[in-house]
Design a protein around this ligand. Structure first.
Ligand code: TPP
Ligand code: MG
Length: 296
């Protein structure tokens, strides 16, 4: 049975030596670490280029994912390819991490008939692909959360051991869909992980103006669940926390709510206000450099 508790993940790191080996401690091979870094570079480039194309009028809409790569790619890595994933409009890195190619992502942005998600019928950037278990999505914020919870119930009824995941923003956590989904998942102890990417802003409404709690993870307490806050710019910590949650859910120990903080966004241009040291690519690069050094 789940217990009510909220915790903040503590980075496992002490000095330079611990940092360089940390991806191996959590079951990630050097190849995994390099692969995650590569995915972060590719998807940052896609995000930047898609925004330029939108400004040029070549595509209808682009929701930038810069700053969200570490949270999405590292958490996806903790899932199996058969686990149903419910993405949202900022999820291009997660779609890529699951196996959608850069070409497919761009076909989707251009609304082309050969795009994998809807053949150009849905709004651009609504990522889905049946073969990858990326479920069809709506532009209506947070409505996919009850779908993810329902798919976890379906998996139980079918006797499958999949874990469903839903990604959404801090604004989504203010919707009734989130609270209904979380409550149902908790009551029935379903194998689902709700992953919030908290960039502190819902278009122009800052998180503190839509929430009485400091972290989205704190909302778990009211449903007798474990809520975990993690630095969403730290791919290794995200992987560790997500792995724990997914393994527990698969083992029948119930759902989890994870809140990964990502760089705060500007309401004016939907880009990170300032990066400082919070660019996940820099942290991921540390691991990759180590792989190169230790391979010598
Ligand atoms: C039900 C609903 N209400 C309003 C909107 C308009 N809308 C689109 S994105 C968005 C902000 C959502 O913010 P958040 O969940 O924090 O995600 P973020 O864009 O910051 O990643 C809103 C209000 C919508 N798409 N659906
Ligand atoms: Mg937000």
């Amino acid at each position: 049975m789940a217990t009510a508790a909220t915790r903040t993940s503590r980075p496992v790191r002490s000095g330079r030596r611990a940092l360089v080996q940390v991806h191996r401690q959590f079951g990630l091979s050097d190849a995994d670490a390099i692969d995650m870094y590569y995915a972060m570079l590719v998807t940052r480039r896609i995000s930047e280029q898609a925004l330029k194309l939108a400004f040029q009028g070549a595509i209808d809409v682009s929701i930038p994912a810069d700053g969200h790569e570490a949270a999405q790619i590292a958490s996806m890595r903790a899932l199996r390819p058969t686990d149903p994933a419910y993405l949202f409009y900022r999820s291009s890195p997660a779609a890529y991490a699951r196996g959608m190619t850069a070409r497919e992502i761009l076909l989707e942005y251009f609304g082309r008939a050969d795009g994998p998600s809807s053949g150009g019928k849905n709004l651009a950037g609504h990522w889905a692909k049946r073969e990858l278990n990326l479920m069809s999505m709506s532009g209506s914020v947070a409505t996919h959360i009850p779908h993810a919870v329902g798919s976890a119930l379906a998996a139980r009824l079918r006797g499958e051991d999949t874990v469903s995941v839903a990604y959404f923003g801090d604004g989504g956590s203010s919707k009734s869909d989130f609270h209904e989904g979380l409550n149902f998942a908790a009551v029935h102890q379903l194998a689902v992980v709700l992953f919030c990417e908290n960039n502190g802003m819902a278009i122009s409404v800052p998180f503190e103006k839509q929430s009485g709690v400091r972290s989205v993870a704190d909302r778990a307490v009211g449903y007798a669940l474990v809520g975990i806050s993690v630095d969403g710019s730290d791919p290794l910590q995200v992987y560790r926390i997500m792995r724990e949650a997914v393994d527990a859910a698969r083992a029948g120990k119930g759902p989890a709510l994870i809140s990964g903080s990502t760089p705060a966004r500007s309401a004016k241009c939907d880009r990170p206000r300032r990066w400082q040291r919070r660019d996940g690519r820099i942290r991921s690069r540390a691991s990759v450099t180590t792989c190169a050094i230790t391979a010598c």
